[in-house]
Design a protein around this ligand. Structure first.
Ligand code: AMP
Ligand code: ZN
Length: 128
C-alpha cells in the first residue's frame, strides 16, 4: 500500500548513526510489523502501553519541524498505516493515540521522524 510518491522524493538518504535509518536499512534489529514503499512500522523497544508501535518514514526526515507541503503523501501514509496497524493489533475499536513528540518540551529523543501508535489501555488527558 502506498499513498503515492516515491521513497526518494521526501527526506534525505540514510544518515550515519541514525538508529531508525539503521532499522530501515536492515542493519539494526527491529520487530517490524508493517512495511510500505514510504514507511516502516516496528514495535517500540521500551513500550509504554500494551500496543506501542513506531511508524517511521524510510527516508530520513529529522522531525515534525522539518515538514512542509512536499511531505503531504508521506503524512497521509503515516496516518493510514496507523489505522492499519491499529486494526491489526486489535485496538481500532477500543481506541488508540497517535503522537509526534517534537523538541525538548515535546520529549523527542530520536532525530528521525516517527509517529507513536499507543493503545491497549485508556490514555490520560492531558498527557504528562
Ligand atoms: P521520542 O521520544 O518521541 O523521540 O521516541 C523515541 C522512541 O524510540 C522511544 O519510545 C524509544 O523507546 C524508541 N526507540 C529508541 N530506539 C529504538 C530501537 N532501536 N528500536 C525500537 N524503538 C526504539
Ligand atoms: Zn534516520
Amino acid at each position: 500500500m502506498s499513498a503515492g510518491g516515491d521513497a526518494t522524493d521526501v527526506g534525505r538518504a540514510a544518515v550515519p548513526g541514525c538508529p531508525f535509518c539503521g532499522i530501515v536499512a536492515g542493519e539494526l534489529p527491529a520487530r517490524v510489523i508493517w512495511e510500505t514503499d514510504l514507511v516502516i512500522a516496528f514495535r517500540d523497544i521500551a513500550p509504554v502501553a500494551p500496543v506501542h508501535v513506531l511508524i517511521v518514514p524510510r527516508a530520513h526526515v529529522p522531525d515534525a519541524l522539518s515538514l512542509d507541503a512536499s511531505h503531504a503523501a508521506l503524512l497521509a501514509e503515516l496516518a493510514i498505516v496507523g489505522r492499519r496497524v491499529a486494526e491489526a493489533e486489535g485496538v481500532a475499536s477500543s481506541g488508540y493515540r497517535l503522537v509526534f513528540n517534537v523538541g525538548e518540551d515535546g520529549g523527542n529523543t530520536v532525530s528521525h521522524l516517527h509517529l507513536h501508535l499507543l493503545g491497549g489501555r485508556p490514555m490520560a488527558w492531558p498527557p504528562g
